[in-house]
Design a protein around this ligand. Structure first.
Ligand code: ADP
Ligand code: MG
Length: 621
């Protein structure tokens, strides 16, 4: 009858709120502590909004109140109170904000929540219904409030989280909201200050407003990443790194950047000094947390950065993220992808310039983290070129133990050099004394020395750098020009051809082809891998993976050197003593396979070499 708002009213919750509360109270019991984060971020939001309001409105209620969050844990009364001096709520706002779910996809949300079981508590905040998490731990919640508006009412909203709520006028409310949780019998742990302190440290340490728990300030750590670079000391960075990464070392690299376009981003990334994966700690988890305006959205979002960057620690904060983004939708959200892309590009650029400016420092870092860089160069197709710039290898033009980048290699490439050449081998010595490198050295071509088995996988995946193909010295694909000067005796083309045909016949299926080569200088022969043939490193991996399966024997191309004395003599011997020539041919092939790292069982090689020695000894005796 009356058209004025009744001062005391009782209302039903919106149907969806009832459903939600039912799930929250009856099925979500794990991780209940999350409600602290939700209520504290609501308080922080309300303070943030007040800050804006103060800038735009001429007057607010109780303008001198400090922008703080006060938490009181009262064990005796079994209550937990979270109070802020933020914008507060009017009667209409109480009804609108706490009695209904504004979320448009609330049906989907409800389904997801029901289906997610244990994960459900995480979802609550991410879907923007955080306030109701209070009912996981409380059987009665009071919200005392006074709006920032000077003509606002003093109100108390009360609910048992079942069917509805009441709103009553009160007196002497201060501006903002004071939320009192009357804790359930099984939730009295949340009336203990130590317990709340622990939860605050976990989730709300970087809230940008002071949090005061039972009179003590608890969040000393500021949102370092939102500060100006020039206002943060190295010490502060390091401290923050240790805090956020739960680390004990100092960061090797600290990258602090902000961007306004295409997204508003504040990021603070750290590369550790120690690689925990090297200490046998198992695969690291992604450790760059996602924040939206200082409120933690996800401590380790799985797909924000490429997997190989899992060693990074720190924070990415973007104002453009909706606070209520869910873990699921986050993984395939275009926004998250964009955010990740921007940050990754900037970080890689940063690391590249650091590496160039201070090569020594980078080399220290690379010692511990090359595994990740290599993994990235092999797997991160979106950023491959940028990651490849960070690779370092020894080469025929570096001192032992010193590294070159691929970019520097390219600047040293000779006229007519068609590819970036490399050899994978267990040691520098093995390459330098082996038969492959001589042809490249004699032409002045630099050769990268890839000394880890994983390198083979990396360069195979990369295929090229800066538009130049990466080629292994033992690849059949390598094209070299004729050696300029051919000194000394050599088989005639005809004799060479006959010898090749004979070798092919006597070696049978062990070779795909035999031919004379241009690249050999002093060695009699080398084995080359035809396209598609497994490299020694791949074989090693296959053997490790499938222990029982017999791998087919390698089928190589045998390239012979018609200038070598052994080859010249073999051409004659095959017509006089085919048996001995046959033995030598087999041994020659085995020697090349040994150099190539393709001999698995040395016994037949040893047996045959004994046979040859026996013949030689008999002959010379
Ligand atoms: P969200 O914070 O994602 O909007 P919540 O369920 O946590 O969802 O809160 C619902 C709404 O209630 C908020 O959007 C806000 O308008 C209001 N609210 C909650 N807590 C406070 C508070 N401490 N001060 C003012 N308004 C609040
Ligand atoms: Mg909220």
């Amino acid at each position: 009858m009356s058209n004025t708002t009744p001062t005391v009213e009782h209302r039903e919750f919106q149907a969806e709120v009832k459903q939600l509360l039912d799930i929250v109270i009856h099925s979500l019991y794990t991780d209940r502590e999350i409600f602290v984060r939700e209520l504290v971020s609501n308080a922080a939001d309300a303070l943030e909004k007040l800050r804006h309001t103060q800038l735009t409105e001429s007057a607010v209620y109780e303008p001198s109140l400090a922008l703080e969050i006060h938490i009181t844990a009262n064990e005796e009364a079994k209550t937990l109170t979270i109070a802020d001096h933020g914008i507060g709520m009017t009667r209409e706002e109480l009804v609108e904000n706490l009695g209904t779910i504004a979320h448009s996809g609330s049906k989907t949300f409800m389904k997801a929540l029901k289906a997610s079981g244990k994960e459900g508590t995480q979802l609550i905040g991410q879907f923007g219904v955080g306030f109701y998490s209070a009912f996981m731990v409380a059987d009665k919640v009071d919200v005392h409030t006074h709006s920032w508006r000077e003509d606002g009412e003093h109100l108390c909203w009360t609910s048992d989280g079942a069917t509805g709520y009441g709103i009553e006028p009160t007196e002497d409310e201060t501006r903002g909201s004071r939320i009192v949780l009357h804790l359930k019998e099984d939730a009295t742990e949340f009336a203990k200050p130590e317990r709340i302190k622990e939860i605050l440290a976990k989730y709300s340490n970087f809230v940008g407003f002071p949090i005061i728990l039972n009179g003590d300030r608890v969040n000393n750590v500021e949102a370092v990443w939102l500060k100006n670079k020039s206002d943060v000391t190295e010490e502060q960075y390091n401290e923050f790194y240790k805090f956020t990464a739960k680390a004990f070392d100092d960061p090797s690299y600290t990258f602090h950047f902000s961007a306004d376009a295409p997204l508003v981003i504040n990021a603070l990334l750290f590369a550790p000094t120690q690689n925990m994966e090297m200490y046998g700690m198992g695969q690291m988890e992604a450790g760059v947390a996602l924040y939206c305006k200082k409120v933690l959205i996800d401590p380790n979002p799985p797909k924000l950065l490429p997997e190989w960057m899992r060693f990074l620690r720190g924070v990415i904060d973007s104002e453009d993220l909706p606070l209520n983004i869910s873990r699921e939708s986050m993984q395939d959200s275009a926004l998250i992808r964009k955010l990740g892309t921007v940050v990754v590009k900037r970080f890689l650029k940063f690391l590249d310039s650091e590496a160039t400016d201070n090569a020594e420092k980078y080399s220290e870092f690379y010692k511990n983290f090359s595994r990740f860089i290599k993994e990235g160069a092999a797997t991160d197709t979106d950023n491959r070129e940028a990651v490849a710039k960070l690779l370092r290898f020894e080469s025929s033009m570096t001192e032992a133990g010193k590294h070159t980048s691929l970019a520097d290699y390219v600047t040293r490439m000779k006229d007519g050099q068609k590819a970036i050449y490399y050899q994978v081998a267990p040691s520098r010595g093995a390459i330098e004394s082996g038969p492959y490198v001589e042809a490249f050295k004699s032409r002045g071509f630099e050769v990268l020395f890839l000394l880890e088995p994983i390198d083979d996988y990396v360069v195979s995946a990369m295929r090229e750098f800066d538009g130049k193909p990466l080629q292994s010295l033992n690849s059949d694909k390598v094209e070299l020009d004729e050696t300029p000067a051919e000194e000394g005796e050599s088989l005639s083309t005809e004799d060479s051809d006959t010898l090749c045909t004979w070798l092919k016949e006597s070696l049978g299926k062990r070779v795909e082809n035999v031919r004379t080569g241009k690249r050999l200088v002093s060695s009699p022969a080398i084995a080359l891998l035809p396209e598609g043939e497994m490299t020694p490193q791949m074989r090693q991996m296959m053997r490790a993976l499938r222990k029982d399966d017999e791998l087919s024997a390698p089928e190589v191309i045998l390239e012979i050197n018609p200038r070598s004395a052994l080859i010249r003599n073999l051409a004659g011997l095959k017509d006089k003593d085919a048996d001995t020539a046959g033995l030598i041919a087999q041994q020659l092939l085995d020697n090349t396979l040994l150099s190539a790292g393709l001999i698995e069982d040395p016994q037949p090689v040893i047996t045959r070499s004994l046979q040859i020695m026996e013949k030689l000894a008999a002959k010379l005796n």
